[in-house]
Every structure is written in C-alpha cells, then in structure tokens.
Design a protein around this ligand. Structure first.
Ligand code: GTP
Ligand code: MG
Length: 133
C-alpha cells in the first residue's frame, strides 16, 4: 500500500489548524500510520529542501520550517501521494482552490500550511529523513 510523508508546517500549528487538517485527511479515507509533534532540525530541513538550495527563497524557507513545532506524519492508502497533493491544493495558497487545505488555511507562499511528498520515491526518502530509515 502506498505511503506518503506529510507535515503540518509551523504556521498550521501556531494558528491552531492541526485538528481540522487531520480531520480532512481522515475523512478522505487515508490512514495516519505515524504522527509526531516536534521541531525540524536544520539538518532535516537541508535534506528535505536540497533541490531548492541556492534559490532566492531558500534561506527563508529553512528559517520558516525550523521556526516552531511541526506535525510529522506517515499517511498511507491507495494513491496516497496524489490524494494528499489534491487535498493540499496549489503550492501558493493565493492560487489554491477553496476547499483545499492551503486554500482554506493559508494566505502566502512563504507559509503554506502543509507539505506532501511529490512522488512515492520522494516519500520513501522523506520518511527516512524525518522518522529514520
Ligand atoms: P512542499 O510540499 O512544501 O514541498 O511544496 P510543493 O511541493 O508544493 O512545492 P515545492 O517542493 O516546489 O517547494 C517547496 C516549498 O518551497 C514550497 O512549499 C514553498 O513554501 C517554497 N517555495 C517554492 N517556490 C517558491 C517561490 O517561488 N517563492 C517562495 N517564497 N517560496 C517558494
Ligand atoms: Mg515539494
């Protein structure tokens, strides 16, 4: 069964949206297999966002993701990667459709509420980074 890595980012925790977001994930039929509240270490942040190193928004991105506790999750189900991305909506909350998590709980690109792996391969790597192999 397919697994994905999802993470409720620091703004989601700060703004008290954790319960509502988890309810949406559960209602979609996906299964939460593992879940942990805690900080992202600078090492984990660098590993997770290696593809963006050198881009103008990189430093801000690392600062943001390490700025407060996040909720780290392994979510499973048929087509879990794509299903989570659909629930999340577009990367930029300003462009995310109403009814999506980013559309409803986010305002700006720099604080976009939630992360979800973009492929089963990314999921495996990210689960390793955040929960250990
Ligand atoms: P994640 O689930 O967080 O990986 O988002 P994504 O897969 O929808 O987007 P992507 O992996 O391309 O980018 C990772 C994160 O970098 C995004 O969630 C944004 O917070 C940030 N980001 C990406 N592109 C930009 C940009 O052009 N400007 C800014 N400010 N942030 C960006
Ligand atoms: Mg991504």
């Amino acid at each position: 069964i397919e697994k994905t890595y999802s993470m409720l980012k620091p703004d989601a925790v700060r703004n008290r949206h954790v319960g509502e977001i988890i309810a949406r994930i559960e209602r979609s039929g996906l299964t939460i297999e593992r879940m942990e509240l805690g900080m992202v270490t600078p090492e984990q942040a660098a590993a997770n966002y290696a593809e963006h190193e050198g881009k103008p928004f990189y430093n801000g991105l690392i600062e943001y993701i390490t700025s407060g506790p996040v909720v780290k999750m392994v979510v499973s189900g048929e087509g879990a990667v794509k299903k989570m991305r659909t629930l999340m909506g577009a990367t930029n909350p300003a462009e995310a459709a109403p009814g999506t998590i980013r559309g409803d709980f986010g305002l700006i690109m720099d604080e976009n509420v939630i992360h979800g792996s973009d492929s089963p391969e990314s999921a495996e790597r990210e689960i390793g980074v955040f929960f250990g192999a």
